[in-house]
Design a protein around this ligand. Structure first.
Ligand SMILES: NC(=O)c1ccc[n+]([C@@H]2O[C@H](COP(=O)([O-])OP(=O)(O)OC[C@H]3O[C@@H](n4cnc5c(N)ncnc54)[C@H](O)[C@@H]3O)[C@@H](O)[C@H]2O)c1
Length: 387
């Protein structure tokens, strides 16, 4: 693991998710940006001192010398956004055939970096997985299965919202760790649009199977002195899927100044036969409506979920709430399946097929750039392929 040391947010979540099913173990780390913090964090986690490194460069150099069953099967990157590209590139390029990479979103900063990572992933033959964790929820997978089975008919309209309130004030000026780098354009690459807007784009695309063609974005910064956006409102046109019919549309909002909102990610999808809605803060329920006026509430673990990937993504019987960690662990289940298939040559299993790879990571970065470009041009319609 690179990043995720003492006081960090998402690294600890990754560690819980990695361990949940007992399929993998953390054996080495360069866990922080300074040597002292990195060493101290490794000690606190009980890592072997010989595999606790002062920097990510030392980790890659040291671990590249190991072979066979002693070699790392993947490196997890949970550092702030501006470091992603250089570290991921070095992992894929490492001596001995490179390492599989598991990286948190957004994949990297620039569109050029995206192209380099796409090329390097292809030439190295390594896996690059991006932890868009919200698509790990069983009922998000169930929603996707219903859409793909045609239960909603042709998709017309999508509303996806990601609303938080924790940045309603200038939290960065207090020195708060997570707010500080997220408020620095050079480190974050964008504000709400890259921090949470990219999750919203990924969730909508995953459930509907639709990809953003073009968008018109209005990004704002409400908090005085803030140098990144803290509010984004975006109109989206998806790529056409039905000849002659208008392509589906979406409205995506991402905001970190919505006082009282905690982690308000929600999705509503409407087709010509039905609609569905799902809320991250109530993840164990999926509401499905039919044209005839029938309303069903599908609960996680119930028979309505069927036997596909959604059912495979649940661990407890209905009524025993599962949440954020379990959904994160479902992304890891797929990653572990993919890594096993890589070494055995077996076909990818149902969960491995769902992991977000460099393709989804690249699309996320292009989405962020298109939104920023559009907003600079007074919300002009901007095509992702034009970047
Ligand atoms: N998927 C999600 O739901 C989710 C949630 C939060 C954050 N994230 C993403 O995870 C990443 C980390 O975010 P966070 O909130 O955990 O940040 P954080 O500030 O809490 O933690 C970052 C960690 O990286 C370490 N670090 C910084 N530079 C480093 C370097 N050069 N070498 C080694 N370690 C270094 C820091 O010391 C710290 O331990 C970001 O890319 C963020 O967008 C994803």
């Amino acid at each position: 693991m690179i990043g995720g040391g003492r006081g960090a947010f998402i690294g600890a979540v990754h560690r819980l998710a990695i361990r949940l099913d007992g399929e993998a173990e953390l054996v080495a780390g360069a866990l922080a940006s300074t040597p002292d913090a990195a060493t101290q964090s490794g000690r606190e986690l009980g890592l072997d001192p010989a595999r606790t490194y002062a920097s990510w460069r030392e980790l890659i150099a040291g671990e590249s010398k190991r072979t066979g069953t002693d070699r790392l099967e993947a490196i997890v990157i949970v550092t702030p956004n501006h470091t992603h590209f250089e570290i991921a590139k070095a992992c894929l390029d490492a001596p001995g055939g490179g390492f599989n990479v598991i990286i948190d979103k957004p994949l990297c900063h620039s569109v050029q970096e995206v192209a380099d990572l796409e090329r390097l992933t292809a030439t190295s033959g390594r896996l690059l997985a991006v932890t868009y964790n919200y698509i790990g929820y069983p009922l998000v997978r169930c929603a996707r299965e219903l859409v793909h089975a045609g239960e909603l008919g042709t998709i017309r309209k999508v509303f996806v919202e990601y609303h938080q309130g924790w940045l309603a004030t200038d939290l960065a000026s207090t020195g708060q760790k997570q707010a500080s780098w997220r408020s620095d354009p050079a480190k974050a690459g964008g504000g709400a649009i890259s921090d949470i807007g990219s999750h919203a784009e990924n969730l909508a695309a995953f459930v509907t199977g639709l990809e953003v063609d073009s968008l018109a974005a209005d990004l704002t910064s409400f908090v005085p002195g803030r140098r990144v956006d803290d509010d984004a409102a975006i109109l989206i046109r998806f790529k056409p899927t039905v000849p002659g019919a208008p392509p589906a549309r979406a409205v995506l909002t991402a905001s970190q100044v919505c006082v009282g909102e905690e982690n308000g990610l929600s999705l509503r999808v409407y087709g010509d036969k039905g609609g569905l809605s799902w809320r991250q803060e109530q993840p164990n329920e999926l509401v499905v409506n039919s044209l005839a006026g029938e309303r069903r509430i599908i609960t996680r673990g119930s028979a309505c979920v069927g036997s596909g990937a959604a059912a495979l993504s649940t661990r407890l019987p209905p009524g025993h709430p599962e949440g954020f960690i379990e959904a994160f662990a479902n992304i890891y289940r797929g990653i572990f399946e993919a890594i096993r298939a890589q070494s055995s040559g077996a076909a990818l299993g149902d969960l491995a097929k769902l992991i977000p790879t460099v393709r989804e990571g690249a699309r996320g970065v292009r989405f962020i750039h298109a939104a920023q470009e559009s907003s600079k041009n007074n919300a002009a319609w901007t095509r992702l392929d034009s970047l």
